[in-house]
Design a protein around this ligand. Structure first.
Ligand code: AHR
Length: 490
């Protein structure tokens, strides 16, 4: 018996729309040849690809992280402002290439405005210093008659950009990073960077690069950071990437437990340190890099292939499970940024003539468009499966939200069974379903199905209407599918 029961009064918390954030790095064809392609017939007057802008608008990303990633740990922001002809090209050490700096701060802010996203800058805490970081805040947000605010004006931007989100460093806990930092070094650097950046603009929100290297001493690192710099931390930023290197579908489908573990471990550390130190202000979690990434990966340029991962249907299910986890932890996870947005481990894939939407685009779009502001706490039971280290996991992975203004319920369901449709009774324990219910189904012929330029719709979204009877509906969730049921409620 498969059942989902929803009580509109049982709530996890308020959802921050920043869960649907993105990330753009100077890496491969994300910026150049992706977002920005001056000279292309598809580019607008600012060199931005209009087809990419249109696809991104569909995802309704409220916040966009930039410019890295590993790239930022060797980045000099001053190289990327002012007349393009005078900008220097530099050796780019993180991804072994050359950075022309044709795209920089102002081009990025302009891009964000065109897709309605708040820019979120990460400062260089690798080989960069705190002076460079505070100057960048002044350049972007300064409203007084000061050198860097005036430089921005001279570059044609009179009004401050009002960049609200600032991250200090990227993956400083990994030896792969330019300017890797020990826990002590980072806690100290973070605090000193944060102090001067806040003194320049007290309104900014700061993100600390807490955990990406889950194989290192992340508990001690996080504890030290919270111990020494908590008053300057608005968000603890964590990263992860998942994949299916063993080609084991059932094991891959246990990613829900992976997300659950990493989020709840981080929540626990924040709670413990708040209690121990009497920290009063809220500290949220930002999963500011997450996605599937395991194919285009490795030590050599060939193995990495510019991180141009081609996604299949099972990856789309995994992306949907991430959103389910973020919704269930909406009380603490207040930002999440899929890494990345175009070409580089991304939902959108371009060539000079156009683009196609990868499988993972579809869950992102449907979740972003139908997610309400309230995370509900649904009860569900279903047939079970075993995978990896787990047994007895429910084959359905479920989250639900309520939009109080629109009076709209959304139920998000991943059916992790490869073979079986799971007929499920969905009931409302409080309130009334004011149907009909819209069902958006993401599926394809099999779990390995991919989209491509030749076959862009192999994995796509189907919309149907479902009848409600006596405040309940019976829905057969298709094998290996993501379904979002949207209903008016009274
Ligand atoms: O998103 C690709 C890379 O993954 C980023 O540059 C880095 O932060 C992470 O390791």
């Amino acid at each position: 018996m498969n059942t989902i029961k929803i009580d509109l009064n049982r709530r996890f918390g308020v959802i921050h729309r920043d869960l649907f954030g993105g990330f753009a790095e100077h890496l491969g064809r994300c910026i150049y040849g992706g977002i920005y392609d001056r000279g292309s017939p598809l580019a607008d007057e600012d060199g931005l690809r209009t087809d990419v802008l249109a696809a991104l608008r569909r995802l309704k990303m409220p916040v966009m992280r930039y410019p890295g990633g590993n790239f930022v740990s060797g980045y000099r922001w001053m190289d990327g402002v002012g007349p393009v002809e005078t900008r220097p090209a530099r050796p780019e050490l993180a991804w072994e290439t050359t950075e022309p700096n044709h795209f920089g701060t102002n081009e990025f802010v302009n891009f964000c405005r065109k897709i309605n996203a708040e820019p979120y800058f990460v400062v260089n805490c690798g080989d960069g210093d705190m002076r460079e970081a505070r100057d960048w805040v002044e350049y972007c947000n300064g409203a007084q008659n000061t050198a860097f605010a005036n430089l921005r004006r001279q570059h044609g931007f009179d009004a401050p950009h009002k960049v609200k989100y600032w991250g200090i460093g990227n993956e400083v806990d990994g030896e792969w990073q330019i300017g890797y930092k020990t826990p002590q070094e980072y806690a100290r650097a973070y605090k000193e960077f944060a102090k001067v950046m806040r003194w320049v603009d007290p309104s900014i929100k700061l993100l600390a690069a807490a955990i990406s290297n889950w194989e290192a001493e992340f508990v001690e690192r996080t504890k030290l950071l919270l111990d020494q710099a908590s008053e300057f931390i608005d968000y603890l930023a964590i990263h992860w990437y998942v994949g299916n290197p063993d080609n084991d579908f059932a094991k891959y489908m246990t990613v829900s437990e992976f997300c659950e573990e990493r989020i709840s471990v981080t929540e626990g550390m924040i709670r413990a340190m708040k209690l121990q130190r009497g920290i009063q202000q809220p500290i949220a979690i930002a999963v500011d890099e997450w996605n599937v990434w395991y194919r285009a990966r490795g030590a050599t340029l060939e193995e990495r292939n510019n991180l141009e991962e081609i996604y299949n249907l099972e990856d789309a299910l995994v992306v949907a499970m991430h959103f389910n986890a973020f919704i269930r932890h909406a009380r603490t996870v207040k930002m999440a940024n899929i890494a990345q947005i175009v070409n580089v481990i991304a939902p959108i894939f371009t060539n000079p003539d156009g683009l196609f939407l990868q499988t993972i685009f579809h869950p992102f779009e449907i979740y972003s468009r139908t997610c309400g502001q309230i995370a509900l706490d649904p009860f569900w039971e279903s047939e079970t499966f075993s995978g990896g280290d787990y047994s007895g996991l429910r084959a359905l992975d479920v989250a639900a939200t309520l939009d109080e203004e629109k009076k709209q319920l959304s139920v998000f369901v991943v059916n992790r069974s490869e073979k079986d449709a799971l007929e499920t009774t969905i009931t409302l324990d409080s309130g009334q379903l004011a149907g009909p219910v819209q069902a958006y189904v993401i599926n394809g012929p099999d779990i390995k199905a991919v989209n491509s330029f030749e076959h862009p719709d192999t994995v796509n979204v189907r919309k149907t209407e479902v009848r409600v009877e006596r405040n309940a509906l019976v829905y057969p969730f298709e094998p290996h599918s993501v379904t979002v049921l949207v209903s008016a409620v009274r």
